[in-house]
Design a binder for this molecule. Sequence first.
Ligand code: NAP
Length: 401
Amino acid sequence: MKITKHEGRLAVPDKVDIPFIEGDGTGPDIWRAARLVFDRAVGKVYGAARSIAWQEVLAGEKGFTTVGEWLPDETLDAIREHVVAIKGPLTTPVGKGIRSVNVAIRQKLDLYACVRPVSYIEPVPSPMKEPAKVNMVIFRENTEDLYAGIEWQAGSGDAEKVSRFLKEEMGVDLPPGAGIGIKPISAANTKRLVAAAITYAIENDLASVTLMHKGNIMKFTEGAFRPWGYEVAAEGFADKVITEADVYAKHDGRPPEGMVVIKDRIADMLFQQVLLRPDEFHVIATPNLNGDYLSDALAAQVGGLGMAPGANIGDACAVFEATHGTAPKYAGQDKVNPSSLILSGAMMFDYMGWKEAAEAIRRSLQATIKEGTVTYDLARQISGAREVKCSAFAERIVDQL
Ligand code: NAP
């Protein structure tokens, strides 16, 4: 049976159909491993009361070789219809008229929030002195900013046309022959992203939401992101949030019990602060480009992208995904680390309200890494670790459920 969504609330049947995209390159290896963990965790936690019927949908190389399309409409329709889906990594076709299948999925399904939780799993090697203090969730706007793809190549007729318009109509002189990109940031897209970040903080009992922006320089784009963020906090969540300014002005620097603090930080300074005082940040809401940089920088603080889960979430549906690429040189070797996809599945179960399964997966994955059973990528960094294949890593997680 299908998941449905009414007025923002999910209804999840106990016997649920979930579409999956296996992914290219190492995708089949990590999907096989992840699916085993998902099915066994659900079986262990809920017995026969709950189960998943996985529905394969095509995209990427498998879509192209099977039905001649990198992203078939049927795949998008199936995700819309089923509300929740999960995917492995997809190859970006070079020069095939589609910029990136991943970006196309996000845009076509209007998955406007890229959500990346970042937390530490002991004993994964980390460059931080106290990596356990890194525990944040990034909400990155997914649909606009410089990533909207509105750009013109240096020297092209279109670039010259835009350049001429800017000179003649707006009095702006660009260097001759410049490439040009446009950075749109809108109130509507900012507000729905910040609202999603605040809702997440409230639902998960997190202490703060930080608006990350470079508004001191880009005044009408990132500079507007900040007040729009505060506006949506005041308009939609007045009884549940408090601004950092009010915490100091009215509460002696101590937030009232149960209130989420809304604060803002300039992007470059935030990059320093997440290194120096990571425990002061809980949820970070940010425009697209900043969010891309920050997600990977934070993932590095807890041991790199191989471990980082992610989701792209919109009002109508959500797609959970491994955050790394297809690692094609390891394809078919049953070698790479499936943790990113497994932890993305745990996020998916949280989103569906199957929190016990999510917790069981996270606990068992942590126990497996902690006992030193790891794939090659972690084995080369942890002395004394026992290196196992991708499938054996998943089997060991299942043993510990
Ligand atoms: P990549 O596939 O992420 O691989 C880069 C390196 O990261 C690998 O060689 C490997 O490092 C390490 N790595 C990646 N996944 C790993 C895993 N599961 N376990 C352990 N180590 C892992 O990046 P890429 O080579 O730049 O991109 C390859 C293709 O993936 C491209 O077509 C790209 O467009 C696509 N891509 C897709 C997504 C997505 O679907 N969301 C995201 C990024 C890239 P070592 O070599 O050091 O072992």
